[in-house]
Design a protein. Structure first.
Lengths: 448, 486
């Protein structure tokens, strides 16, 4: 038996018959940035995940963990890739006591599946990353993905209480707690959020839940200028309002969302923008907050519009595209950075759909070639990214190219620079926990 | 970890003076004694020398010097911890942050402030409240504890039920790692590529590095606040009411429980107007949009009445609200009227297990013939049983320790945790193996080594593996001082 055949045999022994995929067409479908793995394995238990990694580290196989597969475009092209570790069978809810408002799940479970289960008890995991609820919990945490609900509930960083991770050498480690409050030992779960599985594979997560508020209301306001919209956002933030979501939409995003609005607003001037807000509370408080939102919209010249119920779930979809960026600047400069993105896109004749999350200062943008779904040019993209990063640097901002064809990725650093002294600590961490660099080899920031 | 930390000599002291000036070094025996313990006076260990730096650059120079000479480094904020944290079990250099207490920047459009670690928690809220903002983490010590200390221990407080603990409010940190690097992690911008080193550093109790600046989130003051006091004949009913409130989908900003023993002690002392026959009192605070807190408070009243409340009082104004809180705030002082000595536990249970753990706790106390008093953060299941004993009575201390240990195990058996908000320090390092397996602890030890390759940072704290109780560790009379903040 060849060495490769022996590995395949061992993987199938671990995960069970039918859980190893070596068929070229199937493997091509799970390629990462065009790098086709040699195998795909679908373990059914955490113990099997651990055994797979014991084998991978012994054989020096480079591994990419995979949840729903929606965000594999994030990151540098892999330096090498032998094995895709598909967590799609790990979908169990391990422990859920509604009165504790905490749930422990296996990380392959999707947000939708969790929502269905939690909703029966009037609870939810308030994470709403793009493109939607088909994403796996593990993938959402590993990529630190979040959406507009972060305004009120924070991100995975604030919701992950504990986690079981499988280290590169197959050792299974637990960190954190199963209760809502614990400072026992280091906050290991924080290391799992946003580290793209490069320090370990998150296999189980214990998450803080929130009650679904009894009443809900949402409204969208359009403004002739981005400055007007930004002034409205600032007024809301400096008020006693407690919105659930507060997002700033550029003109392109508003156009993309037009059919999710009840009465179509008048055409926005190209410099126009919109603010979408949702409030969730008791029915009385929703009415009172909506009234205050109306009043605050008057001075900056907002025109209110009703939205359909599907607005928020479709917002993430509007950001899908072959090239996607995430820009983070000072929260108060969200309007400024929206304008900068619009200038850059206009100069390049590129279509832009941009949605800003107020409060966190994160802008998500999809870029398309003019007049369709085509790609902007790679040269233009590299220049635009470099220009924006240079402008963001003084305030410590960042720009991540979250999705782009491989050819374009090779002309730019998708993550952007990490301060050298911080990168040094990151390197030591990576070296400590994955010395051979088999987990998502080279895909993370700084080439880790 | 590497070699045992060494004791600094005269030339080392001169080098320290070169960094912080002669006035920034305390090396006299009486001076050093002031720093021998935090509020958990059970654990005493004076540092060999105390330094009072005034800048991040000085802190970095101190750590580099200590690293060069393999001398232990122990950070200290206000010394209000309850865990044997800001004390030096193996001697070494204590870095006191009291001179680094400036409010560097308030940036309301970005909802944040940047402070030096020694800034007192409450001062930040005082500086921003008139403009409508505050710093949400509110440990009961907030009028004296420092924000650097809060971040180092990831402190909680009554209102973290709604607002989250300190880590949820830290946007960035300037730190000096154990390797001597002076770096900024995170900051005003909420996202940047890379590992969440800020999140790991918060709560690391000075074992990974020293904090030299903290960028914190500010929170807008709510439209309204409503405070209710509900008293019950039986603790059982009060515990069930807590679970029912949470289960009803209401997250109060604070949900505090005071038991019969504490109610009596408080009434004999300050007199907060609690019914003397109450078996338990709940102090419930709601904040947010007025319409929301009105309907939620009506719902909470219903829940309390349906759980056999003796009385439900709603504060009509700020004066009455202050009165309702008075008993809670005076609780620590009232303990002195109960008992000459006490031990304090900080374990957590899943909130649905509150009624069960309260039953188990009283059984444990009865079994050992000791009185337990309770005043704690019921809403998130964070217990603070106060184990009363008299050190003059033979065997009571041992029994108190036994009760403490049994309480911890009872909480862990229900799926709880060793410490909810006070931290690990020297006190609970030995307890971590109750909650974590060998692989888990090994992961943490390796994480520590990444930041502190020579094992000089706050040795003996947070993890059990390090030889904590070495020659320099002198166990002393166990007692918590009057006025410790719970």
């Amino acid at each position: 038996m060849s060495a490769a055949a022996a590995v395949a045999h061992a993987l199938e022994e671990i995960a069970g018959r039918g859980q190893l995929q070596a068929d070229p067409a199937a493997l091509a479908a799970v390629a990462v940035d065009g790098v086709v793995p040699r195998w795909l394995v679908r373990p059914g238990t955490v113990e099997q995940v651990a055994q797979v990694l014991v084998l991978a580290s012994a054989e020096g196989l480079a591994v990419t963990p995979r949840g729903s597969g929606s965000s594999l475009a994030l990151g540098n092209p892999p330096r090498r890739l032998d094995l895709v570790l598909d967590l799609g069978r790990l979908t169990a809810v391990l422990d859920y006591v509604p009165d504790d408002m905490v749930a422990s799940v296996q990380c392959g479970i999707t947000l939708d599946a969790m929502a269905a289960r939690l909703g029966q008890h009037g609870q939810r995991l308030p994470l709403d990353p793009a493109p939607g609820g088909g994403r796996s919990v593990g993938g959402v945490l590993a990529t630190a993905a979040a959406g507009p609900l972060r305004f009120r509930y924070g991100t995975g960083r604030d919701l992950l209480l504990g986690g079981r991770l499988v280290q590169a050498d197959g050792v299974v480690t637990w960190g954190g707690a199963r209760v809502v409050k614990s400072v026992t030992g280091y906050d290991v779960p924080k290391l799992m959020v946003g580290s793209l599985g490069t320090l370990g594979v998150l296999a189980e997560a214990t998450l803080r839940l929130h009650p679904i508020p009894p009443a809900w209301g949402a409204r969208l306001w359009t403004f002739d200028t981005v400055a007007g919209a930004a002034a409205y956002v600032a007024a809301i933030i400096d008020s006693t309002l407690q919105p659930e979501r507060l997002v700033l939409l550029g003109a392109g995003a508003l156009n993309a969302m037009r059919d999710a609005l009840r009465d179509s607003p008048a055409d926005l001037p190209p410099d126009g923008a919109a603010v979408a807000v949702s409030v969730a509370s008791t029915a009385e408080a929703v009415r009172a907050q909506t009234a205050l939102l109306e009043r605050l919209a008057v001075p900056p010249g907002g025109r209110g519009t009703e939205m359909t119920g599907g607005f928020w779930s479709r917002l993430g979809g509007a950001l899908e595209g072959p090239v996607a960026l995430k820009l983070a600047g000072e929260p108060a400069r969200l309007g400024h950075w929206l304008r900068q993105l619009e200038h850059v896109a206009r100069d390049g004749g590129v279509g832009l759909i941009a949605v800003g999350e107020a409060g966190s200062g994160v802008l998500r943008a999809a870029l398309r070639a003019p007049g369709g779904d085509g790609l902007p040019s790679g040269t233009w993209l590299a220049g635009a990214v470099a220009g924006l990063r240079a402008a963001l640097a003084p305030e410590g901002g960042s720009l991540v190219v979250e999705r782009a064809p491989r050819a374009m990725k090779e002309t730019l650093d998708v993550w952007g620079p990490v301060a050298p002294e911080v990168l040094d600590v990151m390197r030591r961490l990576k070296h400590e926990f994955d010395p051979a660099g088999i987990l998502n080899s080279g895909r993370f920031a700084g080439g880790l | 970890m590497t070699a045992e930390p060494r004791t600094p000599d005269a030339s080392f002291l001169r080098e320290l003076e070169g960094i912080v000036g002669r006035g920034g070094v305390v090396s006299s025996p009486e001076g050093r004694l002031t720093y021998e313990c935090d509020m958990h006076t059970f654990y005493k260990g004076a540092p060999d020398v105390v330094v009072l730096p005034e800048s991040a650059a000085q802190v970095a120079a101190i750590v580099r010097l200590c690293r060069l000479h393999s001398v232990a480094v122990v950070p200290r904020g206000s010394g209000t911890g309850l865990i044997g944290g800001a004390m030096a079990p193996v001697g070494g250099v204590m870095v006191s942050m009291t001179r680094m207490n400036r409010l560097l920047e308030v940036d309301l459009p970005n909802r944040c402030a940047v402070v030096e670690p020694g800034l007192i928690n409450l001062w930040l809220s005082n500086a921003t409240r008139e403009r409508g903002w505050f710093f949400a983490p509110d440990p009961s010590s907030q009028m004296v504890s420092s924000i650097g200390g809060n971040a180092s221990t990831n402190a909680g407080g009554p209102h973290c039920l709604k607002y989250g603990i300190t880590v949820n409010h830290v946007l960035g940190l300037q730190v000096v790692t154990g390797a001597g690097e002076l770096i900024w992690l995170g900051g005003k911008v909420h996202e940047r590529p890379g590992y969440d080193l800020t999140g790991v550093m918060v709560g690391s109790e000075g074992t990974l590095g020293l904090l030299t600046a903290v960028a914190v989130r500010l929170t807008h003051l709510p439209e309204g606040v409503k405070t209710l006091l509900a008293s019950f004949a039986a603790m059982e009913d009060a515990s069930e009411a807590v679970s029912a409130i949470i289960a009803a989908g209401i997250i109060p900003s604070a949900l505090e429980m005071i038991d019969e023993v504490m109610v009596r002690a408080i009434e004999e002392g300050v007199g907060a107007g609690y019914p003397k026959d109450a078996g338990a009192v709940l102090l419930i605070e709601l904040d947010g949009p007025l319409a929301e807190i009105e309907s939620q408070s009506a719902r909470i009243e219903e829940i309390c009445w349906s759980h056999a409340a003796l009385e439900v009082r709603v504060a009509a104004d700020e004066t009455e609200r202050a009165l309702l809180w008075k008993g809670r705030k005076e609780a620590a002082g009232a303990v002195g009227r109960l008992t000459p000595n006490w031990l304090l536990q900080d374990a957590v249970v899943p909130r649905s297990r509150l009624p069960q753990i309260m039953r188990e706790m009283s059984a444990i106390g009865r079994r050992h013939g000791l009185v337990l008093a309770n005043v704690f953060h019921a809403g998130d299941g964070n217990l603070h049983p106060i184990i009363c004993y008299d050190e003059q009575k033979p065997g009571e201390l041992e029994r108190a320790k036994q009760v403490n240990e049994e309480l911890l195990h009872a909480c862990l058996a229900l799926g709880g945790t060793v410490t909810g908000e006070h931290g690990v320090g020297l006190d609970k390092a030995k307890n971590l193996p109750y909650q974590f397996g060998e692989a888990d602890l090994n992961f943490m030890a390796r994480l520590r080594r990444v930041f502190d390759p020579d094992g000089i940072m706050n040795p003996g704290k947070l993890l059990p593996s390090h030889p904590a109780c070495g020659e320099g560790f002198r166990p002393a009379r166990p007692a918590l001082p009057q006025g410790a903040w719970i």
